[in-house]
Structures are given as C-alpha cells and as structure tokens.
Design a protein. Sequence first.
Length: 366
Amino acid sequence: MELTGNYRHELKYQIGPADHLALRQRLKAVMQQDLHTGADGRYTIRSVYFDNYRDKALREKVDGVQRREKFRIRYYNEDLSFITLEKKLKHNDLCMKVDAPLTAEDYRRILQAPGPWMLEHPQPLVRELCCKMKTQQLRPRVLVSYVREPYVYAAGNVRVTFDSNIRTSLFQREFLNGALPDIIATDAPGVLYSSGFALTLVGLSLVTTLVIMAVTSNVVLSLGMVGALSIVRFRTAIKEPVEIVFLFWSLAVGIVIGAGMIPLAVIGSAIIGVILLLFANRKIHNDPYILVTNCTDENAENAVMDILDKEAAHCVVKSKTVTTSGIELTAELRTKTASSAFVNAIAQLPGVETATLVSYNGEYLS
C-alpha cells in the first residue's frame, strides 16, 4: 500500500491532576481548542485495536520495537456516521497515520471474518487489513474509550491533547453499542514474558564476564576501555533485544583482541556462542495452540468440547463470548500428535460456522 500521510513526532507522558490543571491554564494562553470539541472543550473517542492471539502489537509496543504498525477502528462522540479505519506506523522516532472511512455495517462484517468483499473494497487500507487478518491472524482484541481535551497551535503545526477517564472492555462485538459496560484501565499486576529479553540478559552477563576478565590484570587497559566505550553511540534502530548482545559482543571481542589476548577472545566467544545457541534453541516439546470457534448454539459448543477432550492432551478455555448471533469460544490446547485433522472435524459439526487453529508463533495452520 502506498503511504500518503505525513510523518510527525509524538511524545506521551503520564501526569497527575495538578499538572493537568497547570498545563491547561498555560496552554490556553498560546493555543486554541480544537474545532471539533463540544461546549466543554472535549470529545470522546472509542477505538477497537487489532492484534493476533500472541499479542504481537502489544509486545512490540512494550519492547520498544522501532519499526511497528497497528490497526484500529474508531469513532467520536458516539457518532456512528463517521467511523474510520486507521493504520498507525512507528518508524524510529517518527509516527504516521493512514485512515479510511468505514460504515457500521463494514465493521459488523469484519467481525465475522475477512471475506472477498474486503479485497474488493475501494479503500486500499481495507484491502491491506484483509491480507493482514488472513496472514497474521489479526482480529479485534481490545476496546478502549477515553475523553480527549485537545489544543492546537496552527503556526507551528503543534497539537497537545489530554486524555482522561481511560476505560477498556473485551466485548469487541459490542463496539458500536454506546451503552457497553467497561472498566477503568489500570496497569496489569503481572508482567509480559519475552524470551528474547531473557536471552539478552544471559548474553550480556557473558559478554560482561569476558570484558572483566580482560581488564582485571591491566589498569591501563581498563582505563582505555572506559574511554573507548564512552564515545560509542548507536544510531541504528534496535529491533530485537538480542541484537544488543551481538553489538556488545563484537565490541568486547575487538577490544580483547586489540589488547593481545587472542586466546581469551576465541575461547570466550566459543563459550558465549554455545550458551546462546542452547538457550535460543530451547523449545517446549509440545507447542501450544489457540483454537477459535464460532458456534450458533450451546449444543455445537458441547460437541466442540467433546472433540477437544479426545484429541487434546491439555485444553483450557481462555475466553467465551456469547452474543445474540452466537458463541465465540477461544481455547488454548496442546495436541497429542502433530496432526491438525481434528480441526476439519470440528468445522464439519452442525452449528459450527468457523474453526481456526493458530500456533503461538503467529503462523496460520490450514
């Protein structure tokens, strides 16, 4: 898809009520309120964000991946006559947004499954979303709504917004329902586990050991290494945490070889390489999968669970959404064998509309 938007800088900060009041009073003296706001200078935004069952977009955001993208659908002030599909891109420190108009009926059809109508849609962004939904298993995952207080400074093309009363819900199918119950969004008590970050910690520990072994016996070398590392600046975007290990590994090996400790560089690199290889290739023997089924009634749901009890070594229901149109069941399972033929059997059950099996690495199994 050809990008037609403009790149911009976007900075976000979390502030308290006191800072909000102080900043708002100062901004009113130099900036104008957005023309789309109401009498109170605010408007509401409701968005539904797309992600896969491995939370790829969320993890890239948390890990700070420099080149990433996300899709969302949103509307303002409960006005369903103006709904937009947006694709937001992040390239290093610059952001860009591309949007396309949608109708309420378009969103309802997107909820069902990506169909031929999306590939024939006049908006290129809708066609791109269809491809991403099929290849990356993107689906509406989380609903977010909040109140925005915007200020603009036209001369400098500057925009400052205050977002408050941030709320969330997992009832994506009720996105168009203005009376949808939601909860205040707060930080989750748990943490996201990243195998790449864990491997980075192990690698950095080994590289640091290599460097310390080289400098402990030579004070002059240690001072020179501090001076050398102090002028190192990384201008290349780091996409994965493991890349940091290889950057510092190469620096450490170069310094050790330059100091004349070639055996230490060779043996240390061999040990680091073997340990990283062992950790990188460590995989769970029986990989988990996500099965998503859409059933018309409870009988079809029970039939699906009967098959899973027979075919899966372990099965846990992760979510269940019940609407007037049917039941969407999401289950995490570990298969007894490598065969996925049981998915075909589930799809042929009476009352089962769709059955999708997704591996945890985001690949689609047909």
